[in-house]
Design a binder for this molecule. Structure first.
Ligand SMILES: [Zn+2]
Length: 250
């Protein structure tokens, strides 16, 4: 059994979500919220499917004027069926943005996770140092922390692992120019790694450029097996167990 530890399945992401879910029969998906609408979809999907779990959160680039209402929604549903964490939350400085506001909303969502003792899923882009510092200063590692779509240096990977974080590895590791991520996978024990797709984004090779879907998590497992010179069955078994522990899946 495979677990896609991070994907998006809102009705905005796919024309026919049912097909996508059917393709993952006997496997598990952890669906991530990013804004108000997708959080509502996550709550709904978690109610309807035994093999779908979800995390709720406001992505740093999705902070809107009605943020208070959004945060309230997340708190109201944090103990719903199959809701297993807060995410994806974090910092994204890639485009011009209000860094102070991003930090404030990031911190408030960390506090929410700590209050309810729920795992956190982190998005970080061009903001790794601030992300690292805030997780430390907020004592975020009292709950399980996943750095989703990890694509930073090996040095940074080691720092996060030392804190107890897990690294989500997705389609990027299959890309030709992914030296950094390959380096991380090569040198980090598999017990620190979760498989993910970040569907509908970042389809792995040989499907790069197409719309990604959770079943392609198999291609990520295959690539990791290749890099680590392991049996793919072992890669799947270990990473599935990692995700189950990380999100306390029953
Ligand atoms: Zn995502």
């Amino acid at each position: 059994m495979l677990i896609d530890s991070h994907c998006h399945l809102s009705h905005n992401d796919y024309e026919n979500v049912l097909d996508i879910i059917n393709n993952m029969k006997d496997n598990i998906m952890i669906v991530s919220g990013a804004d108000y609408e997708s959080n509502i979809d996550v709550v709904d999907l978690c109610k309807r499917y035994d093999n779908i779990y979800g995390v709720l959160g406001i992505h740093p680039t999705e902070i809107t004027d009605n943020i208070e209402e959004h945060l309230k929604y997340i708190e109201e549903h944090i103990n719903d069926k199959h809701i297993v964490g807060i995410g994806e939350i974090g910092l994204d400085y890639h485009y011009e943005c209000n860094k102070d506001l991003q930090k404030e909303i990031f911190i408030r969502q960390i506090k929410l996770a700590l209050k309810y003792q729920k795992p956190i899923v982190i998005h970080t882009r061009d903001a790794i140092q601030d992300t690292y510092d805030i997780l430390n200063s907020e004592n975020a590692y009292q709950v399980n922390v996943t750095i989703h779509c990890f694509s930073e240096s090996l040095e940074m990977a080691k720092l996060f692992i030392k804190k107890g974080a897990k690294l989500g590895i997705g389609g990027i590791v299959t890309f030709k120019n992914a030296k950094k991520t390959v380096d991380v996978v090569q040198n980090i024990d598999l017990k620190h790694i979760l498989l993910e797709t970040d569907s509908p984004y970042l389809a792995p090779e040989p499907l790069r450029g197409t719309k990604n879907e959770p079943k392609n998590v198999y291609l990520v497992a295959k690539k990791i097996a290749e890099i680590k010179n392991m049996d793919i069955a072992d890669v799947i078994e270990i990473t599935t167990s990692n995700s189950k522990t990380q999100f306390d899946l029953k």
